[in-house]
Design a protein around this ligand. Sequence first.
Ligand SMILES: [Zn+2]
Length: 288
Amino acid sequence: MCAAAVAAAAGCGDEESFDGDMVRPPSGFISTARSALGSGSTNVIYLRYADGSEQHTSDYDACSGTVPVFDCTFAPTLVECQSQIQAYLDQWFADFNVIFTLTRPTHRKYYTAVISSGGGAWCGVSDRVAGIAPFVCKDLAGGVAYAFYGGRNARETAVIVAQELAHLVGLEHTANPRDVMYPSICSDCGGFVDDDTAVVGDICDRSSQNSYKLLQRTLGAWPGGDKPSAFADAPPDETTPSGQSSSLAVAGCSVAPGRHSADPVLVLVLVLVFVLVRGRSRTGSRMP
Ligand SMILES: [Zn+2]
């Protein structure tokens, strides 16, 4: 079936999903994770719309190689595309102590989502994988995740970005089609569901997951007031320039076991990948 606009855009029966969009980083990566962020500070998410100049130099990066340029097809300008995508992300992350920026932060740690187009072949993953993120069952307090199919429509792009970011924070896939963490690009979801839901493909010993509460517990609750716009020139001044991303620096693309042999330490476990929905029949067969 192809009820969703997203599915229609992707093509019935040939949709991407998140199957295999999580990859395990080196064991030493997480040791300095949350502590480097400090307690009580606002988390920062850096959204980088790929323009061909991406470099893999900071934090743990799920890919290496040349990132395909973000190609937006649903709005006339890049800023308009970004605005439409941002509207979804702002809504879905509104309750959490996190802000978005389109300008690379210069101090302390931050999460990064690189938004590209055309699939993840360049990163060595299947064309059906919608995105990828390093994943260790808990908050990485950093790391670089990718959306491979940005730009086809705003909502779909936001879903991919949101799920990959949530993987950086430690969330798994759930069986609730209204949850952003659903293992297909959800057509009915409206954010992170505040309900205990069965975990799909659990690797963290969780029988269920409340995506909303887990995000809130990890990132903290937004203290109130307006959040700064992602389109501001720079993110709010950070209090302490601690935990530079280089402290966790590990490069390499370990999306699929055996796919890269550059550093065997990196290739430990496959976890999350936003794989395209392969039609409802496939999805249904995977759900309890
Ligand atoms: Zn995923």
